[in-house]
Design a protein around this ligand. Structure first.
Ligand SMILES: [Zn+2]
Length: 317
């Protein structure tokens, strides 16, 4: 399974546990409440009725803005950190597995496993409520230059690279014309078994269809613990691998478990990452806020109504 003979003990143990649980859990930082679940009847209508005042501070236009290649933005046009922090955040949702719950799924695991019918409800709610999905290039251009975003922007992301993201989630997204970002843990590419993962061709296919492929380390090792060759193994080599697979630069990163520290930020910056995504934590770095961009986990038990309430509440400024 491993392409390297020796793993740090903690990493190997962590990967083993993730493997046997069928879940690469970004467990740090589940946000908001998970109590009010499974009440889909009327959720969409309620959400629609209450979205009139939601997320309008992003200076939306009614039409999607042309996507700017972030590398063409002159350095002098990039806003300072305080300006970036002052801009209204776009809600960013994080999903993991999109599959029906199994008997051995624990209660906490269900935060990371959204049944397909519920995922359909989530996406239908977003579409009915007038949301438009954006990709990281658009979010970056908006935060750094104030470039306009479509009305009611939202970003949908997936972590780890589970196969059901390709087979189940992507068709549901595309039915609504939605685009998403997929952060891939490269050690698992092509793995089959209890919890299978996308292979190279499937990752390339998502990229070719206009979705964004981002990095999520080699084997989900906590960024806060990197030393020695870890930056090479966890960041440099996975980035090269994903670039080779997609034929495109990889400029966006999601922290395993949502965990980061100040020491990691310049390391990511010098490796060319434009944005890196955390989880529920509210704090953003005052100097490099783009590398601590917030997301929330869209929990498996959340009805569409709960999702709506939590995403609006969490990203309100
Ligand atoms: Zn993860």
């Amino acid at each position: 399974m491993f392409t390297r003979p020796v793993l740090p003990v903690v990493t190997a143990l962590g990967l083993f546990l993730l493997t046997i649980s069928g879940l690469t859990s970004c467990k740090q930082g589940q946000s908001a409440d998970t109590n009010s679940a499974n009440t889909n009847a009327g959720a969409i209508a309620t959400a629609e009725a209450s979205t009139k005042s939601a997320i309008t501070a992003a200076k939306p236009t009614e039409t999607a803005a042309p996507v700017t290649d972030p590398t063409t933005i002159p350095a002098g046009k990039i806003a300072d950190p305080a300006t970036i922090l002052s801009r209204q955040q776009v809600p960013v949702l994080c999903y993991h597995q999109i599959r029906d719950w199994r008997a051995r799924d624990s209660k906490s695991a269900k935060d990371y496993i959204v049944p397909p019918d519920l995922f359909k409800d989530h996406m239908q709610m977003l579409a009915d409520s007038g949301y438009h999905t954006i990709l990281p290039d658009q979010y970056y251009a908006y935060l750094t230059t104030g470039a306009p975003l479509p009305a009611k922007p939202v970003m949908i992301t997936f972590d780890d690279g589970d196969l059901d993201q390709y087979t189940v989630a992507a068709p549901i997204l595309e039915k609504h014309g939605f685009k998403a970002s997929f952060f891939i843990m490269t050690v698992a590419i092509g793995r089959r078994g209890y919890q299978p993962y996308m292979d190279k061709q499937q990752i390339k296919d998502l990229s070719d269809r206009g979705h964004t492929i981002g990095a999520h380390t080699w084997d989900h090792h906590n960024v806060k613990k990197y030393q020695g060759d870890d930056w090479k193994i966890q960041i440099d080599e996975p980035n090269e691998k994903l670039q080779t697979i997609t034929g495109k630069p990889v400029r966006y990163f999601a922290y395993p478990f949502g965990l980061w520290n100040e020491a990691a930020l310049p390391e990511l910056k010098k490796r060319g990452y434009l944005m890196a995504f955390t989880l529920a934590e509210k704090k953003r770095d005052p100097q490099l806020p783009l590398l601590t961009t917030r997301r929330i986990i869209a929990g498996g038990p959340w009805s569409a109504k709960t999702l709506y309430r939590n995403m609006v509440g969490s990203f309100r400024q």
